[in-house]
Design a protein around this ligand. Sequence first.
Ligand SMILES: Cc1cc2nc3c(=O)[nH]c(=O)nc-3n(C[C@H](O)[C@H](O)[C@H](O)COP(=O)(O)O)c2cc1C
Ligand code: SF4
Length: 563
Amino acid sequence: MARYGVLATSINAMSKNLGELSGRKGLTENLFEELGIKAVRNGGTVAKDDIAELKTEYLLGAANIYGTVSFYDFLRPENQGKKVYVCNGSACLTAGTQPNLHHELGKHFEADEIGEMCCLGRCHENKAFSYNGLNYSGAAIDDMADIKASKKAVADHYHVACSGTQVLTGAFPGAATYYSDIADILRTASDALLAELKTSGLRGRGGAGFPIAFKLESCKNTPGTQKYIVCNADEGDPGAYSDRYLLEQQPHLVLKGMMIAGYIAGANMGVLYIRAEYPEAIAITQAAIDELRALGWLGNDIGGTGVDFDFKIIRAQGAYICGEETALLSSIEGQRPEVRVRPPYPTQHGLFNKPTVVNNVETLACIPYVVKHGGYAFAAVGRGRSTGTKLVSLDGFFNRPGIYEVDMGTPLRFVFAELGGGFRTEIKAMHIGGPLGGLVPTSKIDDLSIDFETFAQNGFLLGHASVVCLPAGFPIINYIEHLFQFTAHESCGKCFPCRLGSTRGYELVHKSLTSDYTIDKELFTDLLTTMEIGSLCALGGGLPLPVKNALKYFENELSPYFS
Ligand SMILES: Cc1cc2nc3c(=O)[nH]c(=O)nc-3n(C[C@H](O)[C@H](O)[C@H](O)COP(=O)(O)O)c2cc1C
Ligand code: SF4
């Protein structure tokens, strides 16, 4: 244990040094951004000559840069020459639409021009693919010849509704009106704003449910002249598209939330790390930043308040683990995005080793409401320690798939039946809260409501509150195989329980599916326990949850595969 501690400390020190080197250029000539630009110019990957040039420019080793390049789906050599990408996320998988989509795309592209992406956030329509920097879903494939000729965008459609308090889904009044109070807010004592956030009980919506006020206070109290607010917009959980909704339809809620968070923490720079799989979200959020600048509410001495604030969007390059906050920071620094050992926490040593607060899109988007209506008003909504509202993403198995804003504590049955209009076919389980969330059998629907507590008490996880349905005919064993495969592909490789465990798990399940082999239940349980208690982060540590749920609730269906 002591040796592991020494190793972890020296790895952290190495990563800190690389962060310093990358920080020389920081966000203005950002290494990670450069890699993305060079990959596009080179047809999908970074050329060796480019690596040689960048290593000199950034004083890094070629191995460091190659280590970064080879990690990301959209930078690595295998990506070169790809023209169209099929979504391989969980919702499109259980919908069963992708084999036929692949076949149809094969009529327009060579086999080696077709790649994969995970996930495009089109879980409400399925048949999702990406072409020429735009996303398509639903019936779009039927117009492929036209799309290829015209490169036209085809809008997707999903329901948006609110059943209680409207924090995030209200009609936007226009930027001029929405920011008319920003100077007053930036003149309010930051301690008073922090107190409102404490009173509100606002907890992180990105999975862990950590109170935002603690992080802002910790960053505020850490000495430093340069601090950052980072918006985690790497919504990689298949089934979730609520962050996508906010960035595309309510970007100013997120931006204003970041400005206020920055003011409280003493940060003058907001970085939005947005996944490449959401090209429309990147474009719309950039347009919102430009609009804000045109209104004079960005830059130095905003509205004569003496407060400086600006934004930078970093386009991610396709790696689920970059949603983990420390991997995300390494990613922005252009390092291989391996999860960092904590402490130190990002609020002490964050981006380029500066104090940094990382928050989810939805968490940040709640801040303007808290500031406008007061912490008590927010805390009055919801139940227990789950205050405020939550966006829920419903997939294409509902009669009314979409994004629904509900008060925390709203019964799951109400969300599914009244808002989602019920299932359009027989469903046996729902995977709620992303790949690391619980696999909920339909018999448990009445035990759950949308809040952190009932999910935890019942052995599940609220997570992003995304819902991927498994229809009656979809074999649970195939879904377990998919989860192991996903984790093996996305593992950052830093700790062996996840790096090896996810691959071994996939191999065991795959072998049982393709031969007479039966899995030794004791061995399998050991594997899950090792991953659960030995993994450094919640990727390896979280995968056992849905697998254990499956073993518990679908024992009869799974028994032929185990001995
Ligand atoms: C494997 C993994 C993936 C994650 N993906 C995301 C993500 O896509 N978006 C997100 O906000 N948080 C994600 N998180 C959680 C972040 O590490 C972090 O807790 C969160 O960004 C903090 O913001 P919040 O307090 O507002 O939730 C992920 C965590 C893990 C372990
Ligand atoms: S659990 Fe997996 S993703 Fe997390 S640090 Fe370990 S290897 Fe990396």
